[in-house]
Every structure is written in structure tokens, then in C-alpha cells.
Design a binder for this molecule. Sequence first.
Ligand SMILES: Cc1ncc(COP(=O)(O)OP(=O)(O)O)c(N)n1
Ligand SMILES: Cc1ncsc1CCOP(=O)(O)O
Ligand SMILES: [Mg+2]
Length: 228
Amino acid sequence: MSGGVGSGRIAADRMRQLLRTYLVLGSPNCRDHPLRVLEAALDGGVTLVQFREKGPGALTGEPLRALAAQLLAACRRRGVPFLVNDDVELALAIHADGVHVGQEDEAAARVRARIGDRILGVSAHTFAEAEAAVRHGADYLGIGPIYPTASKADAKAPQGPAILRELRDRGITLPLVGIGGITAETAGDVIRAGADGVAVISAITLADDVRQAVAQLYATTDAGTSTT
Ligand SMILES: Cc1ncc(COP(=O)(O)OP(=O)(O)O)c(N)n1
Ligand SMILES: Cc1ncsc1CCOP(=O)(O)O
Ligand SMILES: [Mg+2]
């Protein structure tokens, strides 16, 4: 594996660092070519990238694979790990650093068995889902939507940062990232509620200045406020 991940399962402390400013993107989210958006985001300091090719006009087949490989190569040049959303086949085919799956996707335990030590992120909306994902081999949990989002058509109701505090208070110690409608204005509240970082689509991909948007998010997610 590459992208600064190393051999064996990723350590929790390293995972927390990677979650700090986590870009999720696909071509439907970008006004410019996704590679240009990604390069600017890497310049701004994104710490982890997820390829999520979903929504109107999403690529399929060879164009999908070619874009994934292109984005992965850009991340490798900067040492930033690259995960694939939902599509375990694609992740394995391009030798991605990991996979993110939700509750309606392939079961986390089965994904873990297929991807070995690569990073596994799992979405959770409740304590029961979070606790099961921990048992099934997740390296981190994606919690959201925290705020209303226009980037996911089938998003559940926003829960606010309180869901993060609830999970911490009930004993979830796995690295957590908040997602859904997060901006530089709200990222600090998400971190203070117990997240190790913020996962963001539109506040980065639709920004007039992508590099600066990432730098602002990075600054507002100043480390050390999370873990339990
Ligand atoms: C970091 C992160 N957290 C949550 C999600 C959402 O995953 P899921 O519920 O499977 O929804 P889709 O993204 O597949 O539409 C995510 N992608 N990333
Ligand atoms: C993929 C996903 N999962 C929960 S909310 C969301 C979309 C986040 O996008 P945005 O940062 O634009 O609200
Ligand atoms: Mg999914």
C-alpha cells in the first residue's frame, strides 16, 4: 500500500490525523475537471481523499476507472491516501488505499475480508450501527449528515454535532469524521463535539478558490480536541 499508510492495519492515531480535512469528490460535484479540483485541494492541504462518483452524469465503466486511476496517481504523488466509495471491485483494481461503505452497501465484515489491511471507513447514524461497525473491522466511522446537504440525494435527516458527542459519551473511541453540510464556519463545532476531522464535498469542490477553502478548513480543525 502507498499514500503514507504503510503495512498492517492503520494505527488509530494515524487515522485521526488523516481524517482532519477529508475531501470526498466525484465529477458530478465539480465545476472544473475533478483532477484540477483535486490538485488545488492537495495544494491546500487535504489529508485524505475519497472518490465518490455518484449523482447526475456520474461516470461508469472505463471512463470511471480511468478517472479513479488519474485521481489516485495525483494523491500518490503527494502521499495522501485515496479511498473509493462503495465500489470494492474498483478499489482493488486500482490498488486504492481503502474503501468507504455505508449501511446499504456491501457488509463491512465482508469488505474487511476482501480488502485485507487497507483502510475501511463505515457510515453510522446510531450507536448500534457504530458499535457494529467497530466489531466488523472499521478503521474509522463517517457520521452524518451533521447539517443539511445538497450533495447526497438520499441523505438521512441531519442530526447536528450532538450525535458525535453521544457516540463519544457512550464509549465509541474509534476515529470519527463528521460529514454533511460542513463549512469552515461549522467545522470547529464538529471537532469540539468529538470528531477527529471533517469530510467535505461542496465547501471544497464548489469553492471559488479551492486551495484557500481547504486551507481554511484545515486551520479550523486544529488538532487535539477529539479522541474520546
Ligand atoms: C466519510 C464518509 N462518511 C459517510 C459517507 C456516506 O456513505 P453512504 O451512507 O454509503 O452514502 P454514499 O456516500 O455511498 O451515498 C461517505 N461517503 N463518506
Ligand atoms: C456523502 C454524504 N454522506 C452524508 S452527507 C454526504 C454529503 C456531504 O456533502 P457536502 O459536504 O456537500 O454536504
Ligand atoms: Mg455508500
